[in-house]
Design a protein around this ligand. Structure first.
Ligand code: GDP
Length: 188
């Protein structure tokens, strides 16, 4: 199946010598249970396996993505590792993040309120110019959709996309859209 011209490659030793190549720290935020880990595992490992939840902990997962214009983007993807249960995340979590994905569950209004809270936190603590994306996950459960957030996303200057880690719908597109929005190094 076509992935819209997107290729992911699992090659951590790929040389990052091309001046077009980018590295980007990406953080995930959102209520517990919305599917953050499943989104990361779907993107990095290409599978949906809720039982093998990887606790990323103090570290991150790497994934490289090649864009159509041949730019290589190396993501360092940070998951909250359960810290979202506390009122605040460590400042180190946000530090240096080029992009943030705020996730809610489209069947859970409560998770959307929590998402709005994290958006405010990001507006306070995120780096200026951070790429902010709003993700409505569990799109496969659209018959039970109870949140519609396009307008909210626009107001807050966020790219919005609905995904399903379960069916893989829009998962690669999500990361591709982030990659496209990252600031490019200025030509010398
Ligand atoms: P986290 O706490 O935000 O990291 O959430 P998890 O990734 O652990 O996912 C929580 C639960 O939601 C798991 O039991 C998954 O089965 C379920 N889940 C995650 N993504 C999806 C999805 O896209 N569709 C459906 N139907 N369930 C999902």
């Amino acid at each position: 199946r076509s992935m819209g011209g997107l290729n992911t490659v699992n090659n951590d030793s790929s040389s990052a010598t091309d001046s077009k190549d980018l590295r980007a720290k990406l953080v995930l935020l959102g209520d517990s249970g919305v599917g953050k880990s499943c989104i990361v595992l779907r993107f990095v490992r290409g599978q949906f396996d809720p039982t093998s939840k990887v606790t990323v902990g103090a570290s991150f997962l790497s994934q490289t993505l090649a864009l159509e214009d041949s730019t290589i983007v190396k993501f360092e993807i940070w998951d909250t590792a359960g810290q979202e249960r506390y009122a605040a995340l460590a400042p180190l979590y946000y530090r240096g993040a080029a992009a943030a994905i705020v996730v809610y569950d489209i069947t859970s209004p409560e998770s959307f309120s929590k998402a709005q809270y994290w958006v405010k936190e990001l507006q306070k603590h995120g780096s200026p110019g951070i790429v902010m994306v709003l993700v409505g996950n569990k799109a496969d459960l659209h018959e039970n959709r109870s949140v519609s957030s396009q307008e909210y996303a626009e107001k807050n200057n966020m790219f919005f996309i609905e995904t399903s880690a379960k069916t893989a719908d829009n998962i690669n597109q999500l990361f591709e859209e982030i990659a496209k929005r990252l600031p490019r190094p200025t030509a010398s």
